[in-house]
Design a protein around this ligand. Structure first.
Ligand SMILES: *Cc1c(COP(=O)(O)O)cnc(C)c1O
Length: 242
């Protein structure tokens, strides 16, 4: 007999799912003695339709994360709400920087100076500086995006002086694991690094870390932004992810 309680999340409406995610965030904050206003929820709407964004918006959600530029642009251009903040969280190719600089408020996945320079040059003068986070390859995985910890300080120093970027913090996607100790190890390294850099760069405060599978330990370790897709919008059709 089918167990109704353990039905997969994609059968739960966005309303219920978003409420559950808020609850999880609040619990994680409470048990680690943090104030829930310290953690911003980024709803990752990649591959999902604008109607899903709209539904989350009606429930008060304002920050949305997108990975695929074409998919994102269709939503951004048709979105009716002026106060939505769009975050680019996908891999950045050089030929896409202009579009990103024109349409997004935040970029989480900066890991090369060349891309940073292009984003700064291409950011329109009438827009606020593009808020950027530097992605760190914290689990030192081969073929994974992100700057190595050893190269981070040099990149931070170079990005910090670019006129049309506002360097706000760090981001990571640690190696996937269910082991909470391993999750915490990676997240704590990020927090230590942010704290160290923050002494020289007071505006470098954000830590974008934690996804559907590890948001609780990310918050316990100090995340200021969690990026949640599956647990809000349901499973994605992986064929839609190029
Ligand atoms: C897809 C994605 C997420 C959301 O992942 P879920 O496991 O669906 O919550 C978060 N961050 C990045 C960078 C992603 O690409």
């Amino acid at each position: 007999m089918q167990d109704i309680i353990s039905e997969p999340n994609h059968d739960v409406s966005i309303t219920q799912a978003l409420t559950q995610v808020h609850h999880r965030i609040n619990q994680a904050c409470t048990s680690s003695g943090r104030d829930q206003t310290e953690v911003r929820l980024l709803a990752v709407s990649k591959t999902k339709p604008l109607s899903a964004v709209n539904q989350a918006y009606q429930l008060g959600q304002r920050h949305f994360g997108e990975n695929y530029l074409q998919d994102a642009l269709e939503k951004i251009e048709h979105c009716m709400f002026g106060d939505v903040c769009w975050h680019f969280i996908g891999a950045i190719q050089s030929n896409k920087t202009k579009t990103i600089a024109h349409h997004f408020d935040w970029v989480h996945t900066l890991d090369r100076l060349k891309i940073a320079r292009r984003l700064s040059e291409q950011r329109p003068d009438n827009m606020a500086p593009l808020k950027v986070l530097i992605q760190v390859n914290i689990s030192q995985e081969k073929n994974k995006n992100g700057v190595a910890l050893a190269d981070l300080d040099e990149l931070v120093a170079a990005v910090d002086v670019l006129p049309n970027l506002a360097l706000c913090g760090l981001m990571c996607i640690p190696a996937a694991t269910q082991d909470v100790d391993q999750q915490s190890h990676a997240f704590n390294q990020m927090t230590t690094t942010r704290d160290r850099l923050n002494k020289s760069y007071p505006q470098l405060t954000e830590l974008s870390m934690g996804m559907s599978g590890d948001l609780d330990s990310a918050i316990a370790c100090g995340a200021t932004m969690v990026r949640i897709g599956t647990d809000i919008f349901g499973a994605r059709n992986t064929h839609a992810e190029q």
